[in-house]
Design a protein around this ligand. Structure first.
Ligand code: B12
Ligand code: SF4
Length: 497
C-alpha cells in the first residue's frame, strides 16, 4: 500500500492524521491512499469551519473503488458498569442509523452492543474483541464516555485506517470537548441518520468529513426507516412490562417543552423542534412486530403531547397490544386516560419533579401546577401511575421538602422514582448553573448516575443556599415520606421494570 504524505498545511488536520497513525502507515502498508493536495481552503472545507457554532471539516482521501455493499460498518454501544443495569433496552438510536444505511445501499452493517459487561476484565475483553471494520459508529451517554474512548483507542491501535464517528446525547451536549478528547474523526451533534450517511458517503467518495457535524433532524419523521431490530437479540435485555419482554419504539422525536434540567434537546436534533409520526406510520411499525411481540414501551419524551393523540390511540386499540408511556400530568384528563387504557396502555410515567411552584417555575414546568387530581383520574381509569421527583431544586429547604413530599404522598401515586438534580451536559442547568444559584462541584460527567451500581447516585451541584449533604438528606427524607404514604419505589414495581 502506498500512501502519499498528506499535503495539508493545517496543523490541526496534520496532528489529527498523525494521532490516528497515518504517519506510521506511510512506511508499512500497501493500499494506495492518496491524501490529495486539493485546495481545501479554496473550497471552504478546511476544518474547523464555523457553521451555526459547529466546526465542520473535510479531508480529501482518494481510496480507490469502494463498494458500498461490502464496506463493513460496525455500530457500537459501549459498556457502562457504573450504572445499576445498562442492558435494559437495545440502543434504538443505532438501530435507526443501521436501517437508514441499509436503505442507502450499505448492506454490511452490524451492531456490537457491549452493555451488560460488568467487571473490568469483561469490559476489556469485549473492547479487545471489537470486530474489525472500515467504519465505526459509536453511540455515547455521559456514563459510558470513558469506555467509548477506550473503544476508539483500541480501534486506533489495531486498525489505523478506520473511520470513526461518535454521536448520541453526550457528544451532542459536549461537542467541542468530545472533538478534542475522544479521538473520533467526527462528532455528530443531534439526530444522526442523514449526517452519518453523509459521513460514510464522504469516506466512499474519498473525502472524509471530519470534526463536529450537525445532524439536522428530518421534519417528516415518517420518512425514517423503521429501526433495524433484527440486528440485536431482544431476549438479552432486561426491560419488562407485566413480566414480559418489551419492545421500545418512538411515535415522536423531541419535546415541545424545554425544561432546564432535561436533555431532550438531543431528540430535537439540535433544532429543538418536536415532530410526530403519523398514526398510520406508527401503526405500520407495530404491525411488523405484532406477530412476535405484544408488549411495548413508547420512549417518546412526551407521548401525550401528540396533537393526533386520539387518532393514534384509536388505531393502536385495534392492534391488541399492551404498552406504557411517558406523559405530562396536565394531559391525563378523563378523556385521555380512558382512551389510553382502552388502547392497551397500562402504565404511565410522569415527571412531577416537585410540588413546590417556585421550583416548577424556575425549571420550566409551571404548567403542571393545579393538575394534581389527574393522578386519581388516571388511576380510576385503570392506569398505573409512576412519578419521578427531584431533590436539590433551587428553592428546596427542609421545610419545602417536608411539605412538598407530604402532599405528593397523598396524591395516590402507585410508584415513584427520585433523583438529585444532575447537570447533564447540554442542559440549561449545565450551561448556566449560576442563573439557578448553582456551582457544579463534580465536573466528571462520567459519574453522572441517577441509578448507579449498589444504589449510588451522583450529587454534582452545590447551591448558594445548600450543599450536596443537604441534598443527600432530602433524598432520604423524601423517600421515607413517599414510602410511608404507600407509594412504591419503582424498583418494587410489579408492572413495569
Ligand atoms: C431508552 C433510554 C435508556 C435505555 C437505553 C439507552 C440506550 N443505549 O439507548 C437505558 C435504560 C439503558 C438507559 C440508561 C441510562 N440513561 Co437513558 N435514556 C433513554 C431514553 C428515554 C431514550 C433513548 C432513545 O432510544 N432515544 C431514541 C433514539 C432514536 O435517540 P438517540 O439514542 O439519542 O439516537 C439519536 C441521536 O442521538 C444520534 N446518535 C446516537 N448515537 C449515535 C451514534 C452515531 C455514530 C451517530 C452519527 C449518531 C448517533 O442519532 C440517533 C438517531 O437520530 C433517553 C431520553 C431521550 N429523549 O433520548 C434517555 C437518556 C439517553 N438517558 C439518560 C441517562 C442519564 C441515562 C442513565 C445515566 C441513567 C442512570 N441509570 O443513571 C443510564 C446510562 C446507561 C449507560 N449505558 O451508560 C440521559 C442522557 C444524558 C447524557 N448526557 O448522557 C437521557 C437523554 C435522558 C435525559 N433526558 O436526561 N437509558
Ligand atoms: S422534562 Fe419532560 S416535559 Fe420537560 S423537556 Fe424533558 S421530556 Fe419535555
Amino acid at each position: 500500500m502506498i500512501i502519499e504524505a498528506p499535503r495539508v498545511n493545517n496543523p490541526r488536520i496534520l496532528a489529527s492524521y498523525y494521532r490516528h497513525g497515518y504517519g506510521q502507515e506511510l512506511k508499512s502498508t500497501e493500499a494506495k491512499i492518496n491524501i490529495s493536495p486539493v485546495s481545501l481552503s479554496s473550497r471552504g472545507l478546511i476544518p474547523p469551519l464555523r457553521d451555526h457554532g459547529f466546526s465542520r471539516g473535510r479531508i480529501n482521501i482518494k481510496e480507490g473503488n469502494m463498494k458500498k455493499s461490502s464496506l463493513k460498518i460496525v455500530l457500537i454501544n459501549p459498556p457502562s458498569n457504573c450504572v445499576n443495569d445498562d442492558r435494559v433496552e437495545p440502543p434504538l438510536g443505532l438501530l435507526y442509523l443501521a436501517s437508514n444505511l441499509r436503505g442507502n445501499g450499505y448492506r454490511n452493517v452490524s451492531v456490537c452492543d457491549m452493555s451488560g459487561s460488568r467487571s473490568g476484565l469483561e469490559i476489556r475483553e469485549r473492547i479487545e474483541s471489537v470486530p474489525s471494520a472500515d467504519i465505526y459508529g459509536i453511540t455515547c451517554l455521559c456514563t459510558n464516555y470513558q469506555y467509548a474512548k477506550d473503544v476508539i483507542r483500541h480501534i486506533r491501535s489495531t486498525n489505523k485506517l478506520a473511520y470513526v464517528v461518535i454521536g448520541g446525547p453526550n457528544p451532542s451536549g459536549t461537542p467541542e470537548f468530545t472533538c478534542d478528547d475522544s479521538g473520533a474523526d467526527v462528532v455528530v451533534v443531534g439526530e444522526g441518520e442523514d449526517i452519518f450517511k453523509e459521513c460514510i458517503d464522504s469516506f466512499v467518495g474519498g473525502s472524509r468529513l471530519t470534526g463536529i457535524q450537525n445532524g439536522v433532524g428530518r421534519k417528516d419523521i415518517d420518512s425514517y426507516a423503521f429501526p433495524a431490530r433484527d440486528l440485536v437479540d431482544f431476549t438479552t435485555y432486561s426491560r419488562e412490562l407485566m413480566g414480559n419482554k418489551v419492545i421500545s419504539l418512538l411515535s415522536s422525536r423531541g419535546c415541545k417543552h424545554h425544561c432546564a434540567h432535561c436533555n431532550s434537546v438531543v431528540m430535537g436534533g439540535g433544532n429543538r423542534i418536536v415532530r410526530y409520526r403519523s398514526a398510520d406510520n406508527t401503526i405500520e411499525e407495530i404491525s411488523t412486530m405484532r406477530g412476535s411481540y405484544k408488549y411495548y414501551r413508547f420512549d417518546d419524551d412526551h407521548f401525550t403531547g401528540n396533537p393526533n393523540l386520539e387518532e393514534l390511540l384509536m388505531k393502536i386499540k385495534n392492534l391488541d397490544i399492551i404498552f406504557r408511556i411517558f406523559a405530562r400530568i396536565e394531559d391525563l384528563n378523563e378523556k385521555n386516560s380512558r382512551l389510553l387504557r382502552e388502547a392497551g396502555c397500562v402504565h404511565v410515567s410522569i415527571g412531577l419533579e416537585s410540588l413546590y411552584p417556585p421550583n416548577l417555575r424556575i425549571i420550566g414546568k409551571k404548567s403542571q401546577v393545579g393538575y394534581e387530581e389527574n393522578v386519581q383520574i388516571a388511576k380510576s381509569n385503570g392506569l398505573v401511575v409512576r412519578s419521578s421527583f427531584m431533590v436539590g431544586l433551587p428553592f428546596d429547604t427542609d421545610e419545602t421538602i417536608g411539605q412538598s413530599f407530604t402532599r405528593a404522598a397523598r396524591l395516590g401515586l402507585d410508584e415513584f422514582a427520585i433523583y438529585p438534580l444532575i447537570p447533564y451536559p447540554g442542559t440549561t442547568i449545565a450551561k448556566f448553573p449560576e442563573r439557578f444559584g448553582y456551582t457544579i462541584v463534580s465536573e466528571d460527567f462520567t459519574d453522572y448516575v441517577q441509578m448507579g451500581k449498589d444504589g449510588r447516585t451522583c450529587f454534582a451541584l452545590k447551591h448558594k443556599n445548600f450543599d450536596p449533604e443537604d441534598v443527600k438528606r432530602w433524598l432520604k427524607v423524601a423517600t421515607k415520606i413517599l414510602k410511608s404514604g404507600g407509594v412504591k419505589h419503582m424498583s418494587e414495581s410489579e408492572v413495569a421494570k
